[in-house]
Design a protein around this ligand. Structure first.
Ligand code: NAD
Length: 343
């Protein structure tokens, strides 16, 4: 059987990026994943090779493929460089940050977690409209920030999250806000959610709304009462890290950035400069991001095989990297996983 190849951009990234990307590619090869890679550079690698953390060739590649798997990128301090991750979000209107959190290694503080957090990625308090007001001799006497949420932006992320919940067979969606205090900025999100649910999704899943502070507490006290969480940019940033913590930390957390013009998949963690080059990084977060990418291109069969293989390698073969309490290096974990995927 011949499979249609799917063009996709590959950005190994900085620090541990190339190590975990090699491991991920080995797993995807073992699965026979249908991607045809166009390898590009960004981050510190982009600055060194092309004087730009997001070179034109990389942007052109993503414009062509509309699909990318990305390692962590470092933003060089000094030199006035803007974060490549923020630029990618803006350039491709990556409005949804999608982070699944599932317990893979049992026996931690919380077992059997299976949550989906969908975060709005372009609006809210992250738009960066900030300034100081000078009073007398103090240039920073007052600090101000403006947040912007639009009806269209709220509708887009809520519709995405509601659809995602249905397509993943999820039973409940919690809309998280702070409309009791920020009545306009997050009130518009709540109002749009209620309208959209009533008009289009009534009865398709259990719908609830929750204030963000209560949500944070309930996520820690009883995370099993949640299923899908959708929220605005800043709250989503915080809650998605909280949820990653419930399942063993950033080394196990993948993320997808979904937009109208492209979709970019990555690990949630950074370039881990403290362990870069040592061959000991845990590649699972990036591998799970590759799994999300397979889901995105409708190859859920391969994504499931990848997730099952990771489960079996960790829990039956007991091959784990140091951050998970094991002794395996990246190569040994990858070898064991590849054997599972081919077996
Ligand atoms: P980090 O996530 O790189 O590292 C935090 C800690 O977690 C370190 O001790 C590191 O060794 C450990 N760690 C991270 N990933 C690991 C893995 N896969 N296996 C084992 N241990 C792992 O965070 P940081 O040190 O704050 O950031 C380093 C750089 O990464 C910064 O330049 C930052 O801007 C960048 N960054 C990029 C992204 C991205 O591209 N999406 C995300 C976060 C940070």
């Amino acid at each position: 059987m011949t499979t249609t190849r799917i063009p996709a951009t590959l950005i190994p990234g900085d620090g541990i990026g190339p190590e975990i990307m090699d491991a991920t590619l080995a797993a995807l090869d073992a699965l026979g994943a249908p991607f045809e890679w166009d390898s590009q550079i960004a981050g510190l690698g982009g600055v060194k090779a092309a004087g730009d953390p997001l070179p034109k060739a990389t942007l052109d590649s993503i414009r062509r493929t509309r699909l990318a798997l990305k390692g962590p990128l470092e933003t060089p301090s000094g030199g006035g460089y803007r974060s490549s991750n923020v630029r990618l979000r803006e350039e491709f209107q990556l409005f949804a940050n999608v982070r699944p959190a599932r317990t893979i290694v049992p026996g931690g503080r919380f077992d059997n977690i299976d949550l989906l957090v969908v975060r709005e990625n372009l609006e809210g308090l992250y738009i960066g409209h900030e300034h100081y007001v000078r009073i007398d001799g103090d240039p920073h006497a007052v600090a101000m920030a403006t947040g912007i949420n639009t009806r269209q932006g709220c509708h887009r992320i809520l519709d995405y999250a509601f659809q995602a919940a249905i397509s993943q067979g999820r039973k409940k969606v919690t809309v998280v806000h702070k409309a009791n205090i920020m009545k306009a900025l997050t009130g518009i999100f709540l109002e749009t959610a209620e309208q959209l649910y009533a008009e289009k999704y009534q009865g398709k899943f259990q719908f609830e709304t929750m204030i963000v502070d209560a949500c944070a507490m309930k996520l820690v006290l009883n995370p099993w009462q949640f299923d899908t969480v959708v929220t605005t940019n800043l709250f989503g940033d915080i809650l998605s890290d909280l949820v990653a913590g419930l399942v063993g930390g950033l080394g196990m957390a993948p993320g997808a950035n979904i937009g109208a013009d492209a979709a970019i998949f990555e690990a949630v963690h950074g370039s881990a400069p403290d362990i870069a080059g040592k061959g000991i990084a845990n590649p699972i977060a990036l591998m799970l991001a590759a799994g999300q990418m397979l889901d995105h291109v409708q190859r859920t069969d391969l994504a499931q095989r990848l997730r099952t293989g990771i489960d079996q390698t960790l829990n039956i073969d007991k091959v784990r990297t140091g951050d998970l309490g094991g002794t395996a290096n990246t190569a040994a974990f990858t070898q064991a996983l590849v054997a599972r995927l081919k077996g």
